[in-house]
Design a protein around this ligand. Sequence first.
Ligand code: GUN
Length: 295
Amino acid sequence: MTARLLDGAALGREIRAEVADRVRELAGSGRVPGLAVVLVGEDPASQVYVRSKGKACGEAGMHSETIRLPATASEGELLAVIDRLNADPAIHGMLVQLPLPRQINSEKVLRRIDPAKDVDGFHPVNVGKLVLGDPTAFRPATPYGVQQMLVRSGIETKGAHAVIVGRSTIVGRPMANLLMQDGPGGNATVTVCHSRSRDLPGITRTADILIVAIGKPEFVTGDMVQPGAVVVDVGINRVDDAASPRGYRLAGDVAFAEVAERASAITPVPGGVGPMTIAMLLRNTLQAMEQADAR
Ligand code: GUN
């Protein structure tokens, strides 16, 4: 392998330590940021994420609550939980773990969250603020984490051609907005590709920075990457593997071994973008409290 490994675990720890320092300072004046995480049902991946989020809050000295509803919960029950959290002064940020069971309309749920507490940044008010470059927007944690990873690894985005594979509202679209903004970690020329893009490999080969969030294991192969490119793999997929004791292994959206032969830098899976996401969620919760206090 020739590429430098971008170590999200180490960078995530660095950011969480910065958040913890600020939380300690604020605790002196009796202020403790609080995060509520709502989980509906028993999706195994979601359970892992939700546990990690609660644990990370505790380690940063923050208050956290996890609210679990059964997979059969109605939309009304979930909306009632959100209303209660919207009104709770100990809760500065909340998120509803996605995906939600079929009987619940996710869009309606996300719109019920008070935009001032929407630390996922999925409410239309925050989406709009992000597009406008308003610094009070909550930046969705995954693309925000990718941007921080680039900045803190000394990777210049200014003037670079950043190609994003995937146009999801959680990653691809906010990623494009962050990278095109004027400022550190921005000023890139951005191309967003998706399932209908013509000649995808031809486009990805023009990327100085290639960010992949398509949800297909090992989709990006070595021939799709320009030698020297920086490759960020947002994917985390469970792939059947009889040789593993769990019966599966985790694979990114990038064929790691062959792409690492061409890239100048690459994120591993796991241990790349994942730990950054949790760190930025804590950062957003702190931002939510500081903005609430300033009002
Ligand atoms: N499911 C996958 N990613 C996310 C995320 O960033 N936030 C929430 N709420 N659910 C998710």
